[in-house]
Design a protein around this ligand. Structure first.
Ligand code: UDX
Length: 459
């Protein structure tokens, strides 16, 4: 394999994991971030995020001399053959993606290219941030504008779109063993270079400590820029809709006395449907699904197209969170003066991410209805209490349950799944309601332990 000089701009979930994995497969990688404190921390081996396996991988890359950290974007852009843009594109007020971070990086790359003068090969600018369809052309324009500002607009570069599909909590695994790598570009030469860069992953030739390896080879999908950008939105919108679909079915199951877990199992065996992403409950949150679905709706509306199915997926998701409150009201009647324990606060297990976490909205609503809310989370209790001051942090699930009239399983961390119902009931006050927002506990065991169990879509 050929060893590339790579720069990855943005040391968040996507950038840091991408940089660490590219270093692991044998490239020389520099991760760039404008936040100097984050850079200094990374240089000392301190991670800005919690992600299983990442710290070890970064340490390995640093000690092998394959991975460095800096705040000097122009310096890196001058030396690199490939620059990844992996900065965040937060939702703006109207739901559309805010591209100001991407724009600033693209301009800065343009200035650096202009100052560096002639290159042996064109710089490949890879967009990994999730951007609206058509942004590839926008990035090209900004790189060129940056170059013109610095006095020389005739710079040599190619823009490529390379959407990211990693999941938080298994980001390192997903990067090394992806279901596919998608690349979009107008230039064949750029696609060939990117294939070479990813060769160890495509051919699964890098050393892995897994036997057997989870994958023999990885499909490499090449297409035009707009289609690559659209693949990312379509994948996330489909998965979010799949979850909303099973939640809709769960609500109907409750009415007719069916069990959504059996229904999901029964439909999931159909190869056309598949068993994954059919867990009913509180619904989806996190940094991707809410943002990407709303960005796709906003793209559609720019063209005067009303995306009815996506609108419905969002409505169903919002309704699921409200159901937690109605289930509690049904059992507790009034929430005033009641104590409610939220078990698990991050948007899903094995991450410290609280972005669009249902726990925060549920805590806010409960306290506006007069309840006292205590929240347990193995990694994010303190941060959740900072973001949502009505929420009191607990550092042990049983501490959260002491004196609570009701508990809600919001996130199915292992510590929450393995809760001892009898011990929980012995600490709680009547009526000892347990709303299982992830259908993660065994209803029978909970009942035997003395809890009033209420799941989602379970008869
Ligand atoms: C998602 C995509 O999976 C990933 O490909 C993309 O790059 C980023 O967005 P992530 O946000 O890390 O990844 O989480 P994911 O594991 O997909 O879960 C998303 C949300 O859906 C979570 O809130 C989870 O609790 C919820 N979910 C998931 C369900 O409610 N039911 C399910 O069956 C699956």
């Amino acid at each position: 394999m050929r060893e590339f000089d790579v720069a990855v701009v943005g040391s968040g979930y996507v950038g840091l994991v991408t940089g660490a994995c590219l270093a692991y497969i044998g490239h020389r990688v520099t991760c760039v971030d404008k936040n100097e404190r984050r850079v200094a921390d990374l240089q000392r081996g301190k991670m800005p995020i919690y992600e299983p396996g990442l710290e070890e991988m970064v340490a390995r890359g640093r000690s092998a001399g394959q991975l460095r950290f800096t705040a000097d974007l122009p310096g890196c852009a001058r030396e690199a053959e490939v620059v990844f843009i992996a900065v965040d594109t937060p939702p703006g007020e109207d739901g559309s993606a805010d591209l100001s971070n991407v724009a600033a990086v693209a301009r800065s790359i343009g200035r650096a290219l202009s100052e560096a003068g002639e290159r042996e090969r064109p710089l490949i600018v890879v967009n990994k941030s999730t951007v609206p369809v058509g942004s590839g052309d926008y990035v090209s324009m900004l790189v060129r504008e940056g170059a013109e500002e610095a006095g020389n607009g005739s710079v040599d570069f190619r823009v490529v779109s390379n959407p990211e599909f990693l999941r938080e909590g298994s980001a390192v695994y997903d990067s090394l063993f992806p279901d596919r790598i998608v690349l979009g570009a107008e230039s064949r030469e750029a696609l060939d270079t990117m294939r070479e860069l990813y060769e160890p992953i495509i051919e699964q030739s890098f050393p892995a400590e897994m036997d057997p390896r989870p994958k023999a080879a990885v499909p490499f999908v090449t297409t035009d820029l707009a289609s690559a950008e659209m693949i990312k939105y379509a994948a996330n919108a489909f998965l979010a809709t799949k979850i909303s679909f099973i939640n809709e079915i769960a609500n109907i199951c409750e009415l007719v006395g069916a069990d959504v877990s059996s229904v999901a199992y029964g439909i999931g065996l159909d190869g056309r449907i598949g068993p994954r992403f059919l867990s009913a409950g509180i619904g989806w949150g996190g940094s991707c699904f809410p943002k990407d679905v709303s960005a796709l709706r906003s793209i559609a509306r720019e063209y005067d197209y009303e995306p009815l199915l996506l609108d419905a997926a969002v409505c169903v998701n919002e309704r699921q969170r409200k159901q937690v409150i109605s289930k509690l009201q049904r059992e507790l009647h009034t929430l005033k003066g009641k104590r409610v324990a939220l078990l698990g606060l991050t948007f899903k297990p094995n991450t410290d991410d609280l972005r669009e976490a249902p726990s925060l909205e549920i805590a806010r609503t409960l306290s506006s209805l007069g309840a006292r809310v205590v929240g347990y989370d193995p990694v994010a209790a303190k941060e959740a209490a900072r973001l949502q001051p009505e929420l009191k942090a607990a550092f042990d699930p049983y501490e959260a349950l002491r004196g609570a009239h009701a508990a809600v399983v919001v996130t199915e961390w292992e510590e929450v799944r393995s809760l001892d119902p009898a011990r929980a009931a012995s600490l709680m006050e009547e009526p000892r309601v347990l709303v299982d927002g992830r259908n993660a506990l065994d209803p029978e065991r909970c009942r035997r332990g003395g809890l009033l169990y209420r799941g989602f879509g379970r008869a």
